[in-house]
Design a binder for this molecule. Structure first.
Ligand code: GSH
Length: 223
């Protein structure tokens, strides 16, 4: 299969520093680095995010989006899946093994990311009253996060990567776990902690993160 040409990844020109290293273009950059596909950045500002032209690319006005060979793709999971279907670095050849990768990609985004995002919203974004009702909800969501992480930790026991070898599923699982970086939910689970460190030690991840951070630095408003 030929490598898609002229790949452009849409990234935010500005985001609050608290989310640098988390914004979801990181997943796409990482997958592209693992695949060895060169790409350029399409930096979007708030006005462009709201424009009809950009909404044709990303209906919700968000990032990431990817364009290549006349194709327009949005949703980080769909983009990583597109890349992985065309790259042996991210997906094995065997059909049954490929289905397992896809299952874990959906698992990362549909079963693990939702409670983690809910906790993140409650801890970092919600600005309302934090009385008994909030505390009850937060405790319930935290329990949901813990149970998902316990299952993932069990699956990863004795393995380097979720399916043995590195795949696109690890790109999504690792970047989902990163959302918890300001908590001890991952670090207190030695299997998950080691897994995340192992994945983030990969040269492709380091390059992706470096470029992601450099882009924020380059486009930060000058004071
Ligand atoms: N489910 C989408 C979520 C995309 C998303 O939440 N993007 C955020 C950055 S991580 C964004 O663009 N935020 C800016 C905004 O909504 O204006 C995906 O995985 O691509």
């Amino acid at each position: 299969m030929t490598t898609p040409q002229a790949i452009q990844v849409s990234v935010l020109g500005w985001a609050p520093p608290i989310v640098h290293g988390l914004v979801r273009d990181l997943r796409v950059r990482w997958a592209l680095e693992e695949a060895g596909w060169p790409y350029s950045e399409h930096v979007v500002n708030q006005a462009e995010q709201a424009s009809a032209k950009y909404r044709e690319l990303q209906p919700f006005g968000q990032v990431p989006a990817m364009q290549c060979d006349g194709l327009k793709l949005f949703e980080s999971g769909a983009i990583v899946h597109y890349i992985s279907e065309r790259s042996p670095a991210l997906m094995p050849d065997d059909p049954a093994a490929r289905s397992q990768v896809t299952a874990w990609m959906f698992g990362a985004l549909n079963s693990i990311e939702p409670p983690i995002m809910m906790l993140n919203v409650l801890d970092m974004i919600y600005q309302g009253p934090k009385g008994d009702e909030y505390n009850g909800l937060r405790a319930w969501v935290a329990g949901w996060v813990e149970s998902r992480l316990d299952v993932l930790g069990g699956v990863l026991e004795g393995k380097e990567y979720v399916l043995g070898r590195f795949t696109a599923a690890d790109v999504l699982l690792t970047t989902v776990l990163r959302i918890l970086r300001d908590t001890d939910y991952v670090t207190k689970r030695s299997v998950l902690d080691a897994y995340q460190r192992r994945c983030e030690a990969r040269p492709a991840f380091k390059k992706a993160l470096k470029d992601h951070m450099a882009s924020f630095e380059k486009h930060a408003p000058k004071t």
